[in-house]
Design a protein around this ligand. Sequence first.
Ligand SMILES: Cc1ncc(COP(=O)(O)O)c(C=O)c1O
Length: 291
Amino acid sequence: MASVVFLNGEFLPREEAKLSVDERGFLFGDGIYEVTRVVGGRLFESGRHLKRMWRGARELRLNVTMSSEALIDAHLRLLRENGLTDGEAYVYLQITRGAAPRTHHFPPAGTPVTVYLSATRFLPPDEKRAAGVSAVTYPDYRWSRCDLKTVNLLPAVMAKQHAADHDAFESIFVRGAVLTEGSHTNVFGVLDGELRTYPNSNFVLPGVTRDLVVELAKGLDFPVNETPIYTHEVPQLTELFLTGTTSDVMPIVRLDGAVVGDGVPGPIARQLHEALVARMAEAAPLGAGAR
Ligand SMILES: Cc1ncc(COP(=O)(O)O)c(C=O)c1O
């Protein structure tokens, strides 16, 4: 089926969707985005994604005039238009400061933001999860507003390419002496029976999956300590794993070529992944179609 996208209020074939060369997303990376998982035609945790999106819009002073309801309706209609009302998929949302003659400062008041949505079929990487993946470290030279999900993704692009160059699934950023997060994932480790992850702050994205996994872990009585993992602690970790909208819970069995823990996916990552999948199934009972 040909792909349909949403652009500034219109649903249209992908090849007919056109943007101005003055678009500030193109010129400056001046915008934000969200990726929402779709299970059985239902949006998973859309409330958390919207909350993060609105916070980003406020912090960057983007004048988003579409309401949350209108944005959700656009997500759901896009799923129907693309025949994605069953199985798994994800919806990409991008909002930029619109098109205006190039100046660093904001364009004239009243310049409409650009709102773009696309929907894509998705197959969870379950084979990779069963075997566990490799990761590599990469210097975290990003700015200090990593809490904002902006489309300024050059460090993530370079980091992910570094991973690809080393046949690894992900690069993990290292800032000073600690692991912060992956190029498109958050990072958890297990040390002395305790789950460790970087605390939500300006140095990491507050991942929707991260926050959910912290809640699920507490519900399973796993001790959670939101403290960074130091690089010198890596050899002592019994487990290391990633979380993210398109990775779920992904065990890492090698970091920079060294075996992590026993070199196989660990029991805590497995239980947290099962709990996450159960949460998705609750959100989208079998056979449920788009609202
Ligand atoms: C830098 C970064 N950290 C973490 C995540 C995971 O966030 P979420 O679980 O909301 O997908 C992402 C997602 O793209 C990301 O880009």
